[in-house]
Ligand binder design. Structure first.
Ligand code: ADP
Length: 546
């Protein structure tokens, strides 16, 4: 017997319809790439998104065609997403921080037919254009006044392009499992891998994201996604904020501390989300200027482990609640968020931080387990760690073109490549990425735990720990630190600070101070580059062992 309820496919463009109809006047404010602040609302965004769909169709774009975007978070990028979605084409966000050759590889793999790009990226596209045979036209997100002279094929200013149609366009209706968007994981080894979201997975993910124990966004929030739309599906915010009718503040190209602060303060942002490196810049700015953020209620920190010191500063100094979150491009991307269940809600001080440092519990819609290498499930005791595996309606079941499919197991679980513990209350804590974990004498040392501890030292700005070859132990940890301005530190000072807070044999064998730690295109510490740089490093303990 079938249920007798309506078949209402979960289509992403229904989100902008809802926003325009129920929250039409809600503001969407952006720092434009040209410079000035721009204000619009959901009703206008829908009107212009319809023009995008109509104009793309006139350019020959059809259901399933890929449209690339190389763009910052602005109102125009949002219009473009919804226009593409409402036509049944597929938005493909390209991360401009990747190496040019990787950008070319990704655009070719996805076979983008149109590339919609910000002014910032015209020079890079001009250099690459010869290598992008599938791209028939470039749309530059600006108006005629700011349109540069360019050699790009069929280049047109966005405002001129959409002005050629009247917006009389009905959203297309199709199966909810139709592809909606594509995003490639950075692929620290091998080629990047394409993740293909469906309309259904995006809509379900947005609903999941808004639940109170997840991001808990409401129509009363003013939401600023500092996380770019090209990083892991914008952590869902480009869809979930309009779904809830929350006001949106889009930071454009400027993600430095003073610029982010300016928007947070001026527009009384209540909710924001980004990777730790962004928050590091903001906190430095706040510390230097003595500024405060009285309106900000919650900040989501994810993409890399949030240092404990960062959680503490946000909460104790600025009165902002931190929600530590974990996820992956393959999960749309939310996997777990660290809101406090009643079991933990009463905790204070260090005990509370102990929990908040965990990556949290999965919401409904994400199933999670940890296993050993043979696939046997491991206990949720907060100590035993194993391979973290996930399953759910917004988790990938394959990569585009079947790349790397060994991660997708026969029971429907996806092996995340992360190593984690689960505690009795279902809180997950990432020990490490499996390739970053340090293998010392057959035991594992968590680089994340050591990094966290090191950045707790008042003189340390950023820390990375990598395994360095050791004849006796296989690998031993090397601590690499960037210091705060005009600070100096000795190795013993740092090691003494860490001593007693981790097992004795976890303590790094050596400490190196550097000017800068390299980051990936999504703001994570680039461990591969560090391992390369220090591959011939001789630890003092090696000399002692020989
Ligand atoms: P990319 O590999 O392209 O940077 P993702 O953003 O999808 O793409 O990276 C996902 C990975 O980031 C996770 O598998 C995990 O290793 C790491 N990660 C994400 N959030 C956290 C977190 N809160 N703590 C520790 N690691 C995290």
């Amino acid at each position: 017997m079938l249920g007798l309820m309506q078949d209402w496919p979960l289509l992403c463009h229904r989100i902008i319809d809802h926003a325009a109809t129920l929250h039409g006047a809600r503001q969407v404010i952006s720092r434009s790439v040209e410079g000035p602040i721009h204000a619009t609302d959901y009703a206008t965004i829908r009107t212009r998104a319809r023009k995008v769909a109509q104009r793309l169709e006139r350019d020959g774009i059809r259901l399933g065609d890929r449209v690339g975007t190389l763009a910052w978070n602005t109102w125009r990028h949002l219009e473009v997403w919804y226009g593409i979605l409402g036509l049944g084409a597929v938005y493909h966000t390209v991360n401009p921080r990747l190496f040019p050759d990787q950008i070319a590889w990704i655009v070719n793999d996805a076979q983008d037919r149109v590339m919609i790009a910000d002014l910032t990226f015209v020079p890079i596209l001009e250099k690459l254009a010869d290598k992008l045979p599938t791209v028939e036209r470039y749309v530059i997100l600006t108006d005629a006044n700011n349109m540069p002279a360019t050699t790009l094929r069929n280049a047109v200013a966005y405002e001129d392009w959409i002005a050629e149609v009247d917006g009389d366009f009905e959203w297309r209706v199709f199966d909810e499992n139709t592809a909606a968007g594509m995003c490639y994981t950075s692929g620290t080894t091998g080629h990047p891998k394409g993740v293909v979201y469906s309309h259904r997975s995006n809509v379900l993910h947005s609903m999941i994201a808004c639940m109170p124990d997840a991001m808990g966004i409401s129509s009363r929030d003013v939401v600023m996604p500092v996380v770019p739309m090209f990083h892991a599906n914008c952590w869902g915010i480009a869809l979930s904020a309009p779904m809830m009718g929350a006001a949106l503040i889009m930071p454009g190209a400027k993600l430095d501390g003073p610029s982010v602060y300016e928007l947070l303060a001026k527009y009384q942002v209540t909710f924001t989300a980004a990777v730790p490196t962004v928050w590091l810049m903001l906190l430095q700015h706040l510390e230097a200027t003595g500024a405060k953020l009285p309106d900000l209620k919650r900040v989501v920190i994810g993409g890399s482990a949030s240092p404990r010191a960062m959680i503490k500063t946000f909460q104790d100094v600025y009165g902002v609640e931190v929600v530590h979150a974990w996820g992956m491009t393959e999960m749309s991307p939310l996997g777990s968020l660290c809101s406090l269940k009643p079991e933990y809600a009463g905790l204070e001080g260090e005990a509370r931080l102990d929990i908040q440092q965990k990556q949290g519990h999965p919401p409904f819609g994400v199933e999670m387990k940890i296993t050993d290498d043979a696939g046997r499930e491991l206990p949720w005791d907060g100590k035993t760690f194993g391979r973290l595996k996930v399953r759910g309606p917004a988790v990938a079941r394959a990569y585009y073109k079947g790349e790397g499919d060994e991660a997708f197991e026969s029971d429907g679980f996806f092996d995340t490549g992360d190593v984690a513990t689960m505690d009795a209350n279902g809180y997950m804590q990432i020990t490490d990425r499996s390739k970053d974990v340090i293998k010392s004498g057959g035991e594992w040392i968590s680089s994340i735990d050591l990094e966290n501890l090191a950045v707790g030292h008042p003189k340390v700005l950023e820390a990375a720990v990598i395994g360095v070859r050791h004849p006796k132990w296989d690998e031993r940890p090397l601590l690499i630190v960037v210091l705060k301005k005009e600070q100096t530190v000795t190795k013993d000072e740092l090691l003494d600070f860490m001593r007693g807070k981790v097992a004795h044999w976890w303590l790094p064998d050596d400490v190196v101070v550097v000017d800068d730690i390299p980051h990936t295109a999504t703001g994570k510490i680039l461990k591969t580059a560090l391992r390369d740089r220090f591959k011939d490093y001789v630890l003092p303990t090696v000399q002692a062992a020989e």
